[in-house]
Design a binder for this molecule. Structure first.
Ligand SMILES: Cc1cc2nc3c(=O)[nH]c(=O)nc-3n(C[C@H](O)[C@H](O)[C@H](O)COP(=O)(O)OP(=O)(O)OC[C@H]3O[C@@H](n4cnc5c(N)ncnc54)[C@H](O)[C@@H]3O)c2cc1C
Length: 413
């Protein structure tokens, strides 16, 4: 197998498209462009993704959203993940979402649209919840629930590898240790100015580059230029930097999210998919453990990667889980991590053409894994054919922030 990053660019090689950022979204776009026979270079400072959101997420996949475009892109992704389920560890065990009095009417108001767009979803009473998941033995505050059996969990690393392998098979080139420092989108081509580290990027150098701005003095590297007909900004939470290089308005911000890995000796939740409590805590079985997350409502934006560890678990996660399930009494914190959501004002992604020869797919606001396939296919059609094909992401264009309709999503964990 050809390893990403092992290919050197031939001098003067000209690409149809250069993708900046080869996380799960950039890798999906590379595959989709390859399927359309376009010659692709995907560059990334760290293809292993040590700080990338694609390596830090909870692996949830669902189409239970409020807005049609989000449901459609996630449905398309789910249908694709079904076809490659064993390769990418896709387990359709459903999402069980518990609602309180304040949120239940809103949930009910969107179920018709979800069903209309083909997404199976059941409504449950609190008693049904207790029957379906007997481990949920404290039903206080639950007014209703939804269960969507086609949603589930995926191994995001395997999915990213799948996209890359398919892209490589179609001739895409993945360049590792490459940091984009400038982009000039001219009338006939785009010039992408790159700095390439001569050595493996140490953690400290990576953090410096991805939390500050320019190559640090300690790193040695060289400069080179990639020329392409078009560029795609798929740089996740770092897209604001790339947009700034292009003089494009940025609307999104990085926000830290933490998840805990928990030792659970008394309960096996393996037969369930994701459970989302009324309190906002969400969890699912992760091998012999439980992965549990909670988004702090007042988390300040910024490139923050510190994980608050046992203190976070004890203060924010465990009390909420135990309040719902008595069997969680003896949960023990093992470890955890923090990564970045890239959050847009309406909590939907920005996908489309930002300027002539400049395309973008970022700000997935916690939905990048579950939407990666659909987003890649939609954008690739727009790039290859200058219009959307079967999947239309027009509603997610950046224009909506100035003179369009927001694509507001509230079921955001
Ligand atoms: C704790 C947590 C839980 C989550 N849970 C889920 C979930 O359950 N389901 C779901 O669908 N989503 C979830 N998400 C969100 C999901 O992980 C992201 O939306 C998704 O990974 C974004 O992928 P990406 O490819 O856009 O960005 P990334 O994976 O961050 O990739 C961006 C890449 O761009 C590179 N880059 C940046 N700047 C430059 C530059 N100047 N030059 C070169 N390369 C550059 C970076 O190195 C990086 O590899 C979660 C996120 C977190 C943090």
């Amino acid at each position: 197998m050809i390893e990403p990053g092992s290919i050197e660019l031939a001098t003067g090689e000209h690409f149809d498209v250069c993708i900046v950022g080869a996380g799960i979204v950039g890798s999906s776009i590379a595959m989709a462009l390859g399927e359309r026979r376009l010659h692709v270079a995907a560059v990334d400072l760290d293809l292993s993704g040590r700080l990338s959101s694609s390596e830090k997420n909870a692996g949830g996949v669902r189409a239970t959203w409020w807005q049609a475009v989000n449901i459609v892109l996630c449905r398309a992704s789910i249908e694709y993940y079904q076809r490659i389920a064993s390769e990418v560890g896709f387990r359709q065990k459903g999402y069980l979402w518990l609602y309180d009095a304040a949120t239940w009417p809103e949930a009910l108001a969107h179920i018709q649209l979800q069903r209309h767009l083909g997404h199976r979803i059941e409504t449950l009473s609190p008693i049904d919840v207790g029957r379906r998941v007997p481990e949920i033995d404290r039903l206080d505050g639950i007014v209703g629930a939804t269960f969507s059996p086609e949603d589930g969990l995926i191994n995001p690393n395997l999915l990213k590898q799948h996209y890359r392998a398919e892209a490589l098979r179609r001739g895409a080139q993945f360049l590792d240790r490459v940091y984009v420092t400038a982009i000039d989108a001219g009338s006939d081509a785009v010039r992408i100015e790159c700095w390439r580290s001569d050595d493996e990027m140490p953690d400290a150098g990576l953090i410096r580059l991805l939390t500050q701005d320019a190559p640090g003095e300690a790193e040695t590297g060289h400069l080179f230029t990639i020329t392409a007909k078009a560029v795609v900004i798929a740089s996740g939470a770092w897209s604001p930097h790339l947009l700034r290089l292009l003089g494009l308005e940025n609307y999104s911000e990085p926000v830290r999210r933490q998840v805990c890995l928990v030792d659970n000796r008394t309960t096996n939740l393996d037969r369930y998919g994701m459970i989302v409590d009324t309190s906002g805590v969400y969890f699912h079985n992760e091998g012999p453990h439980i992965l549990a997350g909670y988004s702090l409502p007042k988390e300040p934006p910024g490139y923050h990667f510190n994980y608050d560890g046992d203190a976070f678990f004890q203060a924010e996660v465990w009390p909420r889980m135990y309040a719902r399930m008595g069997c969680m009494e003896r949960l023990r914190h093992i470890s955890g991590w923090a990564g970045l959501y890239e959050v847009s004002p309406d909590r939907s992604a920005v996908i489309g053409c930002g300027a002539p020869r400049v395309f973008e797919a970022h700000s997935f606001s916690g939905r990048g894994v579950m939407q990666s396939y659909g987003a890649g296919q939609a954008l690739a059609d727009l790039i290859a054919n200058e219009r959307y094909g079967a999947l239309d992401a027009t509603a997610l264009s950046r224009d909506r922030f100035t003179h369009g309709e927001p694509v507001f999503e509230a079921l955001h964990i």
